[in-house]
Design a protein. Structure first.
Length: 474
């Protein structure tokens, strides 16, 4: 790269958010570039590791905008930025069409309706890392190829360090490239660095005290650079204490075959989760994302064990696309088993009498419909709870896995970054995992990382092209 190349639109980060922005911008006549910190041709990012399912709050992306908006509002209990939710609902369908016309191959990866738009080829239904040659990996290559054909640039090994500002207006980026600093001039900059799931410092600041005891269920490359740059430029930051993630075998902390799959969420939400004394301590009925967030906030996030019986293990244990039954054992994970709860407690290292009392109290509450009298209360958002009564019984030590942060930089519905007073920071955008406002809230509502990255990638490019802030203007 020359010392001071000029671009109309520069993306910080080469995941789906950054590449969609750059390709769409180039298509609309902008001189675009992507600065990507990774040095490898297959540079790691969450986009490359994704399961590849495009959905909107677990609904088919081709439903009507009204249906999708209702789904987002249900999932988030209405605690979503309505402008952003409307944007996703309006653009989800045309975004997958745009991707399909730019090399994405979609397949119905399972009988589940909202798996209709899964990038092909999908992951194999086995435990562990399996991203090479899968749909997301292929689509990233396709988008790179198209960027090149449209004369856009992707600079590998180029880590954005700070925004260049002049009188409050963004005029480019300073980046580290091959151990030297370079200034890149840009009429518009989009932060697309994936958020901060990989930053222990920001995790400690916003989420919980022990990031070292939470599984980093992602590529490790989104470390909050963009969040800090945006904050320095005066951006509002929203909802930073919430993240999207899943429950995994505790063995995943030391065994890479046990993550990012199988997830233990369905079993945990159908059963009970106890801490080291054998007591319940959270509401399992709120679902896997909620339990994962609860665990991640603890001083001792590795304290939890799921207790279930055979019917639960044979049903909920087999429901996921990559189910823990049998992938937990196949991946080398711990599944304690015994014919009585006291005996199970002994093998799982839990106090037998207390665990037996906890299970008995829970079973009574289920039998006599007294779930609200339990401490903590057991809600039914994730389904009707079942008694734990049919041997053999099982105990699964679990951990919390953070996939991506839900909060981040505040944007408006076209992607411009907002200040706390709602005004836009001129020529600064954000897209994808780096942004906040759409997801999270009290209900920890999830909308979908892929659709969020791609919808706002396209929107940013289209808005910037509409403004025609060309490099010559600055
Ligand atoms: C295991 C897993 C499975 C998933 N499955 C799904 C799924 O099935 N469906 C779904 O909707 N979502 C899924 N997600 C979430 C989804 O993948 C992400 O939300 C989405 O890909 C985020 O895209 P992004 O472009 O914003 O960020 P990323 O893909 O994280 O890309 C950010 C890029 O920015 C680069 N970068 C970081 N800092 C800098 C810097 N300072 N300068 C330059 N470059 C920088 C990084 O190297 C990285 O390449 C999954 C995620 C994971 C980890």
């Amino acid at each position: 790269m020359n010392e001071r190349p000029h671009f109309d639109l520069v993306a910080i980060g080469g995941g789906f958010a950054g590449l969609c922005t750059a390709v769409r911008g180039a298509e609309l006549g902008l001189r675009t570039a992507v600065l990507e910190a990774g040095t490898d041709e297959s540079y790691l990012c969450s986009s490359r590791w994704a399961g590849g399912i495009f959905h909107v709050s677990y609904h088919d992306v081709k439903l009507s905008p009204e249906e999708l908006l209702a789904a987002i509002n249900r999932q988030t209990s209405g605690e979503t930025d309505q402008e952003l939710a409307v944007a996703i609902a309006a653009d989800a369908g045309r975004t997958v069409d745009w991707l399909a016309s730019h090399g994405a191959a979609f397949t119905q990866a399972s009988p589940i309706g909202w798996h209709r738009f899964t990038l092909a080829p999908p992951r194999l239904p086995v435990a562990g890392q399996d991203w090479q040659g899968r749909g997301p990996d292929r689509l990233l290559s396709e988008l790179r190829q198209q960027l090149q054909e449209l004369q856009g640039r992707l600079f590998l090994g180029t880590r954005a360090a700070s925004l260049r500002l002049q009188q409050g207006q963004v005029i480019g980026v300073t980046a580290q490239q091959n151990s030297k600093m370079v200034d890149v001039s840009a009429a518009n900059v989009v932060i697309a660095d994936g958020g901060f799931p990989g930053s222990a410092e920001l995790f400690r600041k916003y989420i919980g005290p022990r990031p070292d005891r939470v599984l980093m269920r992602h590529a490790g490359t989104a470390i909050g650079d963009g969040l800090k740059m945006a904050a320095d430029a005066g951006a509002a930051l929203v909802g930073l204490d919430r993240f999207y993630g899943h429950l995994l075998s505790r063995d995943a902390m030391a065994n890479a075959v046990l993550w990012p799959y199988p997830q233990i969420d369905a079993v945990a939400t159908a059963s009970i989760v106890v801490e080291r004394r054998g007591d319940r301590f959270l509401d399992e009925g709120l679902g896997g994302i909620s339990i994962t967030n609860d665990l991640a906030r603890l001083d001792d996030p590795l304290c939890a064990t799921v207790i279930c019986d055979t019917p639960i293990w044979e049903t909920a244990g087999k429901t996921a696309q990559i189910p823990p039954n049998p992938q937990l054992l196949a991946g080398g994970g711990t599944l304690h088993q015994a014919d009585a709860i006291e005996a199970l407690a002994v093998v799982a290292g839990l106090p037998p009498e207390n665990l037996a009392a906890t299970v008995a109290e829970y079973n009574d509450a289920v039998r006599f419909n007294r779930l609200t009298t339990l401490l903590p209360e057991r809600s039914t958002r994730s389904g009707a709870p079942k008694r734990i009564e049919t041997p053999p019984f099982f105990a699964i030590p679990i951990c919390a896995g953070i996939t991506n942060t839900m909060g981040g930089i505040a944007i408006d519905e076209h992607g411009p970054v907002k200040r706390p007073d709602g005004s836009a920071i001129a020529r600064l955008y954000a897209a994808g995992g780096s942004t906040g406002g759409l997801e999270g809230g009290g209900a920890l509502g999830y909308v979908g990382g892929l659709i969020k990255a791609c919808v706002f990638g396209l929107r940013v490019a289209e808005h910037a092209a509409g403004q025609r802030h060309r490099a010559a203007d600055i």
